[in-house]
Design a protein around this ligand. Structure first.
Ligand SMILES: NC(=O)c1ccc[n+]([C@@H]2O[C@H](COP(=O)([O-])OP(=O)(O)OC[C@H]3O[C@@H](n4cnc5c(N)ncnc54)[C@H](O)[C@@H]3O)[C@@H](O)[C@H]2O)c1
Length: 358
């Protein structure tokens, strides 16, 4: 099987390419990346050494895709991945964001149509509607926001959310952020191409992905960012809500996506399996920033964290994805425990104190 992995030099693309090669003998991977993400060039030589055919290309330029050979499937990991992308001060206009995240997807779908290739989109929990997520009833429990058990018992949670997390049935009504909107629009177009042209299309809505080598920032890749900045004793701040870092996210290693993606690619366009899935660490792999700080203090020693309760756009108190559908449809579950992910990031951060950081 020959695959095209886009954004192959990014965090997820590079980790997934490595994991796919480890999981399936005989796989050929062509990777494309415009190397726009600071640090992406670090992955080029290592991927080539593994046999990945890494090519420089920009998904916004259709001709860059015309130059590629046919493949059996495209795994789209290229994007401007920050929830703040397109907002003032993000360094990216809304039009540029749409260019990378939506136009790029459309060019890939055309490429898939020409070659009858399957399409796997790395989508995001950020397609879920912000107002009902922001209004979830939460209490503070052991240094972390948790869904209010009284509200859960009284059936007062919005549709599509339980203490196990947010399901695929949660609202995707705007606002979802400009970033989330480009991903949701990409999902819709991918599903339409699948329907119109008989292409196998799979949408994997990922929660926070984390691991060694991520170019994490406060607004994207929070687990890696926090550990790396802590290890280097650079300034850290609890931003928003109560300024105490009670916000909760779950966490998954991107290599854990590999078995799922291979199963999806084996299924074909006539499969009646559900096309849209949440893929995330889930409740057992979730923690607050404050709890992550406690882990850092234990592992890396003391460090001051400042507090700024001023809200940040699109921030949310509790985002945990329920991947039960993926478990029942594909028997997929996270493989890498949270503790192992954190330790992997810490080891990498200590060994590479100058790894690209904001
Ligand atoms: N990291 C997460 O926590 C997370 C969570 C949910 C979904 N995702 C999705 O996973 C994918 C990968 O995210 P990541 O964390 O690896 O980000 P990343 O920035 O590390 O990697 C993205 C890669 O895409 C490349 N790229 C960007 N625009 C491009 C273009 N126009 N043409 C070619 N290459 C381009 C960048 O140079 C970079 O190497 C994204 O689609 C993102 O939406 C990530």
């Amino acid at each position: 099987m020959r695959l095209l992995v886009t954004g192959v030099c990014g965090f997820v693309g590079s980790a997934l390419a490595r994991a796919l090669l480890a999981e399936r003998a005989g796989l050929k991977i062509i990777g494309v990346d415009n190397l726009a993400r600071e640090g992406a060039h670090h992955n080029v030589a290592a991927l080539r050494a593994l046999g990945v055919d890494v090519r420089h290309g920009d998904l916004r330029v259709a001709a860059d895709l015309d130059a590629l050979p046919a493949v059996d499937a495209v795994i789209d990991c290229a994007a401007q991945p920050s929830v703040l992308a397109g907002t003032a001060g993000s360094g990216c206009t809304p039009a540029q964001l749409v260019g990378h995240n939506l136009e790029g997807t459309l060019h890939l779908l055309e490429y898939c149509r020409r070659h009858s290739a399957a399409f796997v989109l790395l989508s995001t929990s950020r397609v879920y509607s912000i107002p009902p997520l922001a209004a979830l009833p939460v209490v503070v429990h052991r240094g972390a926001f948790a869904l209010d058990p009284a509200a859960a018992a009284a059936g007062a949670l919005p549709p599509g959310v339980t203490p196990a997390g947010v399901t695929e049935d949660f609202s995707t009504a705007a606002p979802v952020s400009l970033y989330g909107a480009t991903k949701l629009a990409s999902e819709t177009m991918a599903l339409e191409y699948g329907h119109a042209f008989g292409l196998p299309v799979w949408i994997n809505r990922c929660g926070v992905l984390a691991g060694a080598g991520q170019f994490g920032r406060a607004d994207q890749g929070i687990f890696s960012f926090w550990i790396r900045e802590w290890a280097a004793r650079r300034p850290l701040k609890h931003i928003g809500f109560d300024g105490l870092g009670h916000q909760v996210r779950d966490c998954l290693h991107p290599r854990d996506l590999a078995p799922l993606v291979l199963a999806q690619l084996g299924a074909g366009s006539s499969s009646d399996k559900q096309r849209v899935l949440n893929i995330a660490g889930g409740a057992s792999q979730a923690m607050s920033l404050r709890q992550l700080g406690a882990w850092c203090r234990e592992r890396l020693g003391p460090h001051e964290v400042a507090s700024d309760p001023a809200p940040r756009p699109y921030d949310l108190p509790w985002v945990v994805l329920d991947s039960d559908r993926a478990a029942s449809v594909w028997n997929w579950r996270p493989r890498t425990p949270l503790a192992e992910i954190l330790e992997e990031i810490a080891v990498h951060s200590l060994a590479h104190p100058n790894w690209p950081h904001p």
